[in-house]
Design a protein around this ligand. Structure first.
Ligand SMILES: *Cc1c(COP(=O)(O)O)cnc(C)c1O
Length: 396
C-alpha cells in the first residue's frame, strides 16, 4: 500500500464541510455589515444570524430565543457553570459534576471552589458511566447545579442524561450538559433530555473554529460572562462573528439532517477498527463502554507501549491520531478520564484514541489495521517489561 494521509482525530477538530464554507463565504467578503447597524448592510448580517439561530434551535428542539452564540464550546461551558453559580449563590453554593468532564468544566469548577463554592466530583464506573443514583444522593439543600457531559471526548461513553434530567427536575436543580461531542452523533432534544443548559461547538461538527452555542432554557437564572454592548439579547457582548455563526447554523443543520446516515457509517467503520485491533494485537483493552459509546470513538490501551511513541510512529506512517484529548497532549500527566475508569498510570500512558469522521473510509481502516500491529510489536520489542511478561500474566 502506498503512503497515505489519514486523519482519525475528529474529536479534536473536523474539517469544514464544503456546504458550510459556501454559506460562510459571503459574510467574509461582500456582506461585512455589523448586525447591530440599522442600514441594509447591517440588516443583511442580522438576517443571516437569525437564520443560523433558527437552525441551531431546530437542531436542539429549542426556541430561537433560548440559543446564544459564544466564542467556543469552552466559553459556553464556562458561561453555563459560572453564570448559574453566581446568579444563584443566595440559594446555595453546591455544584455536582463528574471526574471525567472536559477541562472546560473541570477547571471552571476548580476556579469556583476558590470562590467559595463546594463541588462534588462524582466517580464513574469502569466503562466511564455515571450512576444517576449517585447524582441523586449527592444533591443537598444547597445544590444549585448539576453538570454532566453527554458523551466523553476521550473514551466516547454516552451518559444517561435523560435519567439525570428527571432527577434534576424532581429536585428543582439546574442541569447543564456539555454536548460538544454528542452533537452530530446522538439525537438531541432539550425537552426530552430535561436539560436547562446545553453547550455545543462549531468545529467538532464540520463547522468553523472559534464558535460555540449555549442553550439556556427560558426562565433560567444565569449571570452574564462577557460584559459590554447589547449583543445576543444583552447576554453575551461583542460584535458577532457573523460568518462563524452562519457556519455554525449550517453545520448544525447538516449534522441533524445526516445523523442517521452518519451514525450508521461511523458505527460500521468503528466496529471494523475495534474488531481488527482485537484480532491482530494481543494484550489490548478497549476503553469506554462497549455499546453505549459514540459511533465514531475508538480508544485502546496497549500494554507495554508508550502512547507518545505510538503516536509518533503512526504519524510517520501518515496516520494522525491522539493519545487522549488534544488538551492533555504535550503534558506527561496521564488522562484524568482513564485514571477515573480505573486504569493504572502505565496502562493510561499506553492509550490511543482514534476518532472517526465523515472524511474516513473503509480503506483508511484497512490501512491502519495494516500498519498498527507492526508498530505495536516493534515498540513492545523495545520494552524490557514486555520481554519479562511475554508468555506470563499481563494486566490487560
Ligand atoms: C472540544 C470540546 C470542548 C471545547 O470546545 P472548543 O470549541 O474547542 O472550545 C468542550 N467539551 C468537549 C467535550 C469537547 O470535546
Amino acid at each position: 500500500m502506498e503512503k497515505r494521509r489519514i486523519y482519525v482525530d475528529n474529536s479534536a477538530t473536523t474539517p469544514i464541510h464544503p456546504q458550510v464554507l459556501e454559506e460562510m463565504m459571503p459574510y467574509l467578503t461582500e456582506s461585512y455589515g455589523n448586525p447591530s447597524s440599522i442600514h441594509f448592510f447591517g440588516r443583511e448580517a442580522r438576517k443571516a444570524m437569525d437564520k443560523a439561530r433558527e437552525r441551531v434551535a431546530l437542531g436542539l428542539g429549542a426556541k430561537t430565543e433560548e440559543i446564544y452564540f459564544t466564542g467556543s464550546g469552552t466559553e459556553a461551558d464556562n458561561w453555563a457553570v459560572k453564570g448559574v453559580a453566581f446568579a444563584n449563590k443566595k440559594k446555595g453554593n453546591h455544584i455536582i459534576t463528574t471526574k471525567i468532564e472536559h477541562h472546560a468544566i473541570l477547571h471552571t469548577c476548580e476556579y469556583l471552589e476558590k470562590q467559595g463554592f463546594d463541588v462534588t466530583y462524582l466517580d464513574v464506573d469502569e466503562y466511564g458511566l455515571v450512576n444517576p443514583d449517585d447524582v441523586e444522593n449527592a444533591i443537598n439543600d444547597r445544590t444549585i447545579l448539576i453538570s454532566v457531559m453527554f458523551a466523553n471526548n476521550e473514551i466516547g461513553t454516552i451518559q444517561p442524561i435523560e435519567e439525570i434530567g428527571k432527577i434534576a427536575k424532581k429536585r428543582a436543580v439546574y442541569f447543564h450538559t456539555d454536548a460538544v461531542q454528542a452533537m452530530g452523533n446522538v439525537d438531541i432534544n432539550v425537552d426530552k433530555l430535561g436539560v436547562d443548559l446545553l453547550s455545543i461547538s462549531g468545529h467538532k461538527i464540520m463547522g468553523p473554529k472559534g464558535i460555540g452555542a449555549l442553550y439556556v432554557r427560558k426562565g433560567t437564572r444565569i449571570d452574564n460572562l462577557i460584559h459590554g454592548g447589547a449583543q445576543e439579547r444583552k447576554r453575551r457582548s461583542g460584535t458577532e462573528n457573523v460568518a462563524a455563526v452562519v457556519g455554525m447554523g449550517k453545520a448544525v443543520q447538516l449534522a441533524v439532517e445526516n445523523l442517521d446516515q452518519h451514525v450508521r457509517k461511523m458505527t460500521s467503520l468503528r466496529d471494523a477498527l475495534i474488531d481488527g485491533i482485537k484480532e491482530r494485537i494481543p494484550h489490548v483493552r478497549l476503553n469506554g463502554h462497549p455499546s453505549q459509546r459514540l459511533a465514531n470513538n475508538v480508544n485502546f490501551s496497549f500494554e507495554f507501549v508508550e502512547g507518545e511513541a505510538l503516536l509518533l510512529s503512526l504519524d510517520m506512517e501518515g496516520i494522525a491520531a491522539s493519545s487522549g484529548s488534544a488538551c492533555t497532549s504535550g503534558s506527561l500527566d496521564p488522562s484524568h478520564v482513564l485514571l477515573a475508569i480505573g486504569l493504572s498510570h502505565e496502562t493510561a500512558h499506553g492509550s490511543l484514541r482514534m476518532s472517526l469522521g465523515e472524511i474516513n473510509t473503509r480503506e483508511d481502516i484497512d490501512y491502519i489495521l495494516d500498519k498498527l500491529p507492526a508498530i505495536v510489536e516493534k515498540l513492545r520489542a523495545l520494552s524490557p517489561l514486555f520481554k519479562q511478561c511475554e508468555g506470563g500474566k499481563v494486566s490487560v
